[in-house]
Design a protein around this ligand. Structure first.
Ligand SMILES: [Zn+2]
Length: 238
């Protein structure tokens, strides 16, 4: 049974958890937050009676109560550089469902360094994006954005506001992308950025070439960009 480590159990993480669990994927849920009343409209695993309780605890109960035969492990923690090995180790795929761009870079870099596929996603007020990064290397999130924004540039969903339905759609797309990567189909699930225009309901797929100077994936270049391997005969005679 494959295990997906899902970081963040907010508007993206709730639908992603349900979709992955329904597909029979074991989960490790990571979040340090508690359920808040103001977020309930986009966080479908929680109800008003859960306010104040840890999200990981409530999510595990809901998934167990749905009769889904998957193992759900939880960690009430925030993803930091020091915690990556503990929280992400053993993952067959990592799904980023945080509203913290810095965590997105940590997941990207850890996944590339360990040859684990990852799905990165995010939403702002009206727009969403999803990117699959293959176990075989880039293109990756750093090919698109070189470095995390400064602390004072980070705008969370709380500050920016977000449309609940957009979060649901992006979380579901992330889970679908993770299922494709778990199935080993990197050709169809990496190498492009999916953008979601929440105002027009438009989903686009934009080709994303690997940046040859990318600090995260240049040592693990895209298999598409890699030169053909020498034949066994040529390797033996080298
Ligand atoms: Zn890259």
């Amino acid at each position: 049974m494959a295990t997906a480590v899902l970081i963040g159990l907010g508007g993206l993480g709730c639908p992603a958890a349900v979709t992955l669990a329904e597909a029979g994927v074991d989960l490790r849920l990571v979040d340090d937050d508690v359920v808040e009343l103001s977020n309930l409209q986009r966080q479908v695993l929680y109800g008003t009676s859960d306010v104040g309780r840890p999200k990981v605890e409530v999510a595990r109960e809901r998934l167990a109560g749905a009769g889904l035969e998957v193992h759900v492990d939880t960690a009430r923690a925030r993803l930091t550089a020091d915690a990556c090995d503990d929280l992400l180790g053993g993952a067959d795929v990592v799904v980023d469902a945080t509203d913290d761009p810095r965590a997105r870079f940590l997941i990207n870099d850890w996944a590339l360094a360990h040859g684990v596929p990852a799905v990165l996603g995010g939403i702002t007020r009206y727009d969403g994006l999803v990117l699959g990064v293959g176990a075989g290397g880039g293109p990756c999130f750093r090919c698109l954005f070189e470095a995390p924004p400064a602390d004072d540039e980070v705008q969370t969903c709380v500050a920016a506001g977000v449309i609940g339905a957009l979060a649901g759609l992006v979380g579901h797309l992330e889970a679908e992308r993770a299922l494709g990567l778990l199935a080993g189909d990197e050709r169809r699930h990496t190498g492009y950025l999916t953008t979601v225009d929440g105002r027009r309901g438009r989903v686009r797929h934009v080709h994303l070439p690997a940046d040859p100077e990318c600090p995260a994936c240049r040592r693990r270049p895209s298999r598409r960009a890699a030169p053909p391997r020498p034949s066994t005969e040529a390797a033996a005679s080298a």
